[in-house]
Write a protein that binds this ligand. Structure first.
Ligand SMILES: *[C@@H]1O[C@H](CO)[C@@H](O)[C@H](O)[C@H]1NC(C)=O
Ligand SMILES: *[C@@H]1O[C@H](CO)[C@@H](O)[C@H](O)[C@H]1NC(C)=O
Ligand SMILES: *[C@@H]1O[C@H](CO)[C@@H](O)[C@H](O)[C@H]1NC(C)=O
Ligand SMILES: *[C@@H]1O[C@H](CO)[C@@H](O)[C@H](O)[C@H]1NC(C)=O
Ligand SMILES: *[C@@H]1O[C@H](CO)[C@@H](O)[C@H](O)[C@H]1NC(C)=O
Ligand SMILES: *[C@@H]1O[C@H](CO)[C@@H](O)[C@H](O)[C@H]1NC(C)=O
Length: 448
């Protein structure tokens, strides 16, 4: 019965997407798409007057057979006849580069995004990809935009053999709830996580570069017109950097747990020698007493479960996922793989201020830790003491409240403004806290 309910929801959302497509897309765009499919319009290389920024690495993904070259970009919506002109350079100077026309697809399957808060954004994340021959092993990619060039290095992606869970975190900005981070790391490690990308292994996700000077004043700044610093691309690049068998993408206030034992053991058992590539966990809001923002973590021993229907999250076999979305996978490398909902596990979502929603509480058999909670509570208290050298700062909700206030002012569709909160809330956020801004080398490149 529950399964049927879920399929209904999926079906309804599909209908909505189709509806949005037809009602939002102007007619000429639709005709262009049709013309593109029928190849009435001649193919056209993307040139230097097109606004586009490239993630610095291209990936050769050997999980596909034949392998695929995948290039990540942020750009204005593409027409279907537009392609990147790329030279694939192989080892040594003797072999001539191989020239390819590489076509792109929006990562969110349509451009502009159908998701309302992102629908007014000028820049969308794209993947350009092309099949390679098994023996083709490019060392660098040079993209030609007229006389301008971009050089990308090449990273390889293989099937995973190292047993463990890698946790990917979305780009985090203006974040002040440090207690969440302490609980997140302690709980995920107890569940079998061996690597955290975004945090333990900090990958900077800096401001995007300015477009080349000759076109910069014709288009919006990328920082101001890309949805939430383009979490969609960050998530999918992170997944390619996973080296362990299992992966997940979880926010700082989310931990996935099985009913019994550790998540790693449960997931390995459910996925090995089956066609299950993804396990989906229902979203359970939990409230902790005392609140962890008092820096007292003893509330994790007996979380209160709140009834509130929110979208799920999932863990995946990192050898088989092709493209991830936030709440469900988008596609598998091998189309015989499938996702499975499970009631033997849960997403524990310790969302900030959830107590103010007046939700009904229920009992559930899920806990943060698979073993002795008192040990973990002590660990978290010791960690916090160590970080702050014995003087824990009093928690202030001011940064959080300020960001919420700024975000709520933006009505994407009516105002035709992109909810690029990292960029457009900077001035207000700088008034409430002395933020540390990332100063690492750029990860995104533009043509020069
Ligand atoms: C660049 O591409 C645009 C759109 O495809 C086209 O209109 C323009 O003529 C091109 N410019 C050059 C210099 O080729
Ligand atoms: C290729 O040529 C460049 C410049 O001519 C040289 O610096 C480099 O060492 C050569 N690489 C190989 C692998 O021969
Ligand atoms: C993941 O999928 C691959 C390919 O189907 C399979 O060989 C492997 O056993 C799976 N890993 C886990 C942990 O289930
Ligand atoms: C944390 O809260 C619990 C429950 O209210 C209390 O018993 C305990 O003494 C508190 N711990 C600290 C370190 O304050
Ligand atoms: C929750 O209940 C309190 C007290 O009855 C009320 O003031 C508050 O507005 C309610 N909050 C929500 C989100 O309904
Ligand atoms: C930590 O606190 C101790 C005792 O208050 C002090 O002696 C020490 O210098 C502090 N360490 C740092 C790194 O601030």
């Amino acid at each position: 019965m529950e399964e049927i309910q879920r399929y209904k929801i999926v079906l309804i959302s599909l209908i909505c997407v189709v509806f949005i497509f037809y009602s939002y897309e102007p007619d000429f765009e639709y005709l262009e798409t049709v013309a593109g499919i029928l190849s009435i319009v001649a193919p056209e290389p993307i040139n230097a007057s097109f606004p586009i920024a490239f993630y610095q690495s291209a990936y050769v993904d050997y999980r596909f057979n034949p392998p695929r070259l995948r290039i990540f970009t942020l750009n204005k919506c593409l027409k279907s006849n537009q392609f990147l002109l790329a030279d694939l350079h192989f080892n040594g100077n003797n072999s001539a580069p191989l020239r390819k026309n590489i076509y792109g697809k929006p990562m969110e399957s349509q451009c502009p995004s159908a998701y309302i808060p992102a629908s007014s954004c000028f820049y969308s994340p794209y993947i350009f990809s092309i099949e390679l021959k098994t023996n083709e092993d490019p060392k660098k990619i040079i993209i030609h935009l007229d006389s301008k060039k971009i050089e990308l290095d090449v990273q390889k992606v293989h099937k995973k053999t190292k047993v463990g869970i890698t946790v990917c975190l979305q780009p985090v900005y203006y974040y002040s709830q440090w207690q969440n981070i302490v609980l997140y790391i302690e709980a995920w490690r107890a569940q079998g996580a061996t690597r955290f990308i975004g945090l333990i292994e900090i990958k900077p996700w800096p401001s995007f570069p300015s477009l080349p000077v000759d076109i910069a004043d014709k288009y919006p700044r990328i920082d101001d017109s890309v949805f939430i610093l383009s979490y969609f691309m960050a998530m999918n690049i992170c997944i390619l950097d996973i080296k362990t068998t299992i992966g997940t993408v979880a926010d700082f206030d989310e931990v996935m747990v099985p009913k019994n034992g550790r998540l790693l053991d449960y997931a390995t058992k459910e996925m090995t020698n089956t066609k299950v590539g993804v396990l989906i966990f229902e979203n359970h809001y939990v409230s902790l007493t005392p609140r962890i923002y008092t820096s007292n973590f003893s509330g994790v021993l007996s979380p209160k479960f709140l009834t509130f229907n929110r979208p799920p999250k999932y863990i995946f076999n990192a050898s088989v996922i092709a493209i991830a979305q936030v709440h469900l996978p988008d596609s598998f490398i091998d189309s015989s793989m499938r996702s499975e909902y499970t009631d033997d596990g849960a997403l524990l979502h310790f969302r900030y201020k959830v107590e103010s929603e007046n939700l009904t509480t229920t009992e559930k058999p899920f806990r943060f830790f698979p073993d002795d909670h008192s040990v973990h509570i002590k660990n978290m208290e010791d960690t916090a003491q160590k970080i702050f050298n014995g003087t824990m700062p009093t928690f202030s909700s001011k940064p959080y409240d300020t960001l919420q206030k700024c975000v709520k002012k933006i009505i994407p569709v009516e105002d035709k403004v992109c909810r690029s909160t990292g960029g457009i809330c900077k001035e207000e956020m700088d008034k409430v806290e002395d933020w540390v801004y990332d100063k690492s080398d750029p990860l995104f490149l533009v043509a020069i």
